[in-house]
Design a protein around this ligand. Structure first.
Ligand SMILES: *Cc1c(COP(=O)(O)O)cnc(C)c1O
Length: 824
């Protein structure tokens, strides 16, 4: 076994419980919390955690997947429903997990660096990893695992082969750090920074600082910047300290100069250290990155590295690539590019994402040697082999001498190459087509070359979709629902412009109850991409009934004409009990049965066996508008009345739903049995403008500069000379125009974009494929990225400028703009 294994008896003893239903022996190496994300099943211990959802509800499912070892706080009737499984019963499963982590931590005597701060924790951790990896075999927190559960999981990753650990801790409330300190026990402490108390949910800056510093209670060495402790009056932790700051002579590392290089790609930072002037060339220019790099610089100095070594390593820092990207690949393939780092935990996460992809039958993993295994390589590749079986991988392409040596451990169809160039030279022989392909390679294998060879070249204007943000938004709305209320997610109009199966895969994985599309074609595309969730078609077309039925798509029935035609079709096909959704018109006056149509509808439905009414629904006209609340109340009242009438006549109960996004937040009494979530999923709701929304931005539209021009005052820009330079200055021509969905109303300064962090206006009329920006005074070069909208220049602000609503902006982005999907 690769990870140190604990017997199930040992674990029961460590978490100190007598309440232990033991059926059989088990050797545990892997911890799990989510029944959808399971790895090495036979060696997994499943913790039922009570969070937003109760993990106990998923014990049965984990059991069906083969899990036989559980930690629970509630026994229910698991002894009967999950026979032949071990159950460790504890009062609090998170506490038990933490206790186990404390024990595991105590088995190791290596230096541990603990990192906390308001921002930059993950970047500093990842950069320290890049900087220190040349000498040390390092274990570190996966991604940004820094919570009450994330920290124990990170510490659980410690193994005999490791020489140094890097763990981050994040807190959001008073009282949380103590537990994390007990688990991490850092000998060396790094504080990145401390932001405003309210950003993190503390009542005062002092309270927040005190809480954060608790991580370093027992540290030998504490590395920090005094500027973040200026207001703090308590004692500074650490037997020794090392400080860094800008223009502060008492700091151990005092930054005295910090200038952008001539080609604008680096920042040259000079500092006074131990009586000498030393320097570093930081390969980033934004202030946050420079500060994070200086924090790493100070840490390395404090650890005794020479300034010359540090300078050469910092010069090679690369952006923290925690995000995997889903792109369109060659020969109708989907490429998941995660070629930044490789270890077993990030491999597991990436394989989960691969498993979510239903658009192709076949899944291929291209995997390099996994660094740092050393003596344990055999056990490690056996673990990987089991993982591939559990994650439904059909084919492995292994690259590297070490993985090739362990070829016989893999049971899936596999082929091996000595090196990346060896693979690329033989690309034709492996044939990549009609499949989902995950690229997972250690840095030195330069998998970016493979990514380039396998993906379609993208036009430089891209809509980047953040799938984590979408998941976060979904969870936010789920948290507003009363128990048992189901959720339909609206994926009509190409999921409000953001994608088709890419979005549906994620929603299916997150177990929404229904998907809704506008037209049958959209539903058919989802079925062809392997989506199995029930799909409602809001605007079914009589001509498309055959294919709808073939693809198990469920129509909205809004009139007797549609009902009769659909029933006639079903009868011809001999179908019974086909699910339909009856639409009532309670005031929208678009589609649906009016109150006076209901008696005739009921006469028609009575005794009909071809269909079964799965749901009855209606649509609110103004759920977001307080001025129309009286009307909304009437709509809800009428809906209640009509549905109870229909249900009593049908003699069976149906799902009732009326609430769209704004109604979910504003009208809890309108949740009924299900809600229909649309725009909120994509990060927009009426509350967001007030800056109080927990929603995250899902879509960012980006393009780039084709040309920069220096123009004199009075010269004009673009068609009809509408843009006039008011002073000597410069313009940037960028690759987006009205054919991409950037509306002509945004010309002549109405539209704003972001160039290298600066918000700049359009100048002149918007052209079909391009437009011009006034970038006077902004540092920029041709090829630089330009942000059209994101969380700073928002879709809402653009909509307002144009006199429309965000829906129109999102759905108006043309299909020629490539979509790229990120998942962290
Ligand atoms: C589009 C649509 C929704 C979703 O509305 P949002 O405001 O985007 O949440 C709900 N119901 C119906 C019938 C719709 O057409």
């Amino acid at each position: 076994m690769y990870h140190k294994s604990y017997s199930i008896d040992e674990i029961a003893e460590i978490v100190n419980t007598k309440n232990f239903i033991k059926i059989s022996d088990a050797a545990i190496t892997t911890l799990a919390f989510d029944s959808r994300r399971l790895g090495d099943i036979i060696h997994t211990l499943f913790f039922a955690v009570k969070g937003r959802r109760d993990g106990h509800d998923f014990v049965r499912e984990a059991y069906s997947s083969g899990i036989r070892n559980f930690v629970v706080s509630d026994e229910r009737n698991f002894a009967e429903t999950c026979p032949d499984a071990n159950f460790i019963v504890v009062p609090d499963t998170v506490r038990a997990l933490q206790t186990l982590a404390v024990y595991h931590r105590s088995q190791f005597n290596i230096p541990v660096i603990g990192i906390t701060g308001s921002n930059g924790k993950t970047i500093v951790k990842e950069w320290l990893y890049q900087l220190l990896a040349p000498e040390k075999n390092i274990v570190r927190s996966p991604k940004s695992y820094n919570s009450q559960i994330g920290v124990p999981v990170s510490v659980w990753g410690m193994g005999e082969e490791h020489e140094l650990a890097l763990f981050e801790a994040g807190i959001s409330r008073k009282g949380e750090m103590e537990a994390l300190e007990g688990i991490i026990k850092p000998a060396i402490g790094v504080l990145t920074n401390i932001g405003q108390a309210h950003e993190d949910g503390f009542s005062s800056d002092q309270e927040k600082t005190v809480e954060k510093l608790k991580l370093f209670n027992d540290s030998e060495l504490f590395i920090y910047s005094p500027k973040y402790l200026a207001e703090y009056s308590g004692s500074i932790p650490g037997k020794k300290t090392f400080t860094w700051d800008w223009n502060n002579e008492s700091a151990d590392l005092n930054i005295i100069e910090d200038v952008i290089s001539a080609d604008k790609s680096h920042r040259l930072v000079k500092g006074a250290f131990s009586g000498e002037i030393i320097q570093c060339l930081v390969p980033f220019t934004d202030a946050a990155s420079v500060e994070n790099a200086v924090c790493c610089w100070a840490t390395m100095l404090a650890l005794g590295y020479s300034p010359a070594v540090i300078d050469s390593r910092i010069g090679k820092l690369h952006p923290v690539g925690m995000r995997l990207e889903l792109k369109t690949g060659i020969h109708n393939s989907s490429i998941i590019d995660d070629s930044y780092s490789l270890d077993i935990s990030s491999l597991t996460i990436a394989l989960d994402f691969l498993k979510q992809q239903n658009q192709h039958q076949r899944r291929t993993l291209i995997l390099s040697d996994i660094p740092g295994a050393g003596m344990n390589a055999g056990a490690l590749y056996s673990q990987v082999a089991r993982l591939l079986e559990n994650k439904d991988v059909n084919r492995l392409i292994g690259i590297g001498t070490e993985i090739s040596r362990h070829a016989d451990r893999f049971t899936v169809d596999s082929v091996f190459f000595e090196s990346t160039s060896d693979f690329l030279d033989n690309l034709d022989s492996v044939s990549i087509a009609d499949e989902s392909v995950l690229l997972k390679g250690a840095r030195r294998f330069e998998f970016e070359k493979i990514s380039k060879a396998l993906t379609e070249k993208v036009h430089e204007t891209v809509l980047a979709i953040n799938l984590n943000a979408l998941e976060n938004n979904l969870n936010h709305y789920k948290s507003l629902l009363k128990p048992g209320v189901k959720i339909t997610t609206m994926v009509k109009a190409f999921s409000y412009g953001s994608g088709s199966f890419e979005i549906a895969n994620l929603l299916q994985f997150n177990r929404v109850d229904y998907l809704a599309v506008a037209f049958a074609d959209e539903g058919i595309a989802l079925r062809q991409a392997g989506i199995t969730l029930p799909v409602m078609v809001m605007n079914p077309d009589v001509a498309g009934f055959d294919t709808m039925i073939e693809h198990d798509l469920e129509p909205e029935i809004y009139s007797l004409r549609v009902l009769n035609e659909f029933v006639a079709k079903l009868k011809r096909k001999g179908r019974e009990e086909y699910p339909i959704h009856v639409k009532l018109d309670t005031g929208m006056h678009r589609l649906g049965f009016l109150e006076e149509d209901v008696p005739a509808l009921l006469d028609e439905l009575t005794g009909l066996t071809a269909i079964r009414v799965r749901s009855i629904f209606s649509h609110l006209t103004s759920s977001e508008d307080p001025a129309a609340d009286e009307f909304t109340r009437q709509q809800i009242g009428l809906f209640k009345e009509l549905t109870s009438l229909i249900e009593s006549r049908l003699g069976y109960s149906v799902i009732k739903h009326i609430a769209n996004t704004s109604a979910i937040s504003r009208w809890p009494e309108a949740q009924f049995d299900m809600v229909r979530l649309g725009i909120g999923l994509y990060g927009i709701d009426s509350a967001r403008e007030a800056g109080v929304s927990p929603l995250e931005t899902v879509a960012s539209l980006k393009t780039s500069i084709s040309q920069i021009k220096h123009l004199k005052a009075g010269e004009t820009v673009g068609y009809n000379r509408r843009g006039v330079m008011q002073r000597d200055g410069k313009t940037a021509t960028v690759k987006i125009g009205y054919a991409d969905g950037y509306d002509r109303k945004l010309g002549n300064g109405a539209g704003k974009m972001i160039v290298n962090g600066k918000v700049v206006p359009t100048i002149g009329n918007i052209c079909m494929d391009m437009c011009m920006l006034d970038i006077t005074g902004v540092d920029a070069k041709e090829g630089d990225e330009v942000i059209v909208f994101n969380d700073q220049v928002t879709v809402e602000s653009i909509a307002k400028e144009m006199g429309t609503i965000p829906y129109e902006i999102l759905t108006g982005i043309s299909q020629r703009v490539k979509r790229i999907y990120y998942y962290e």
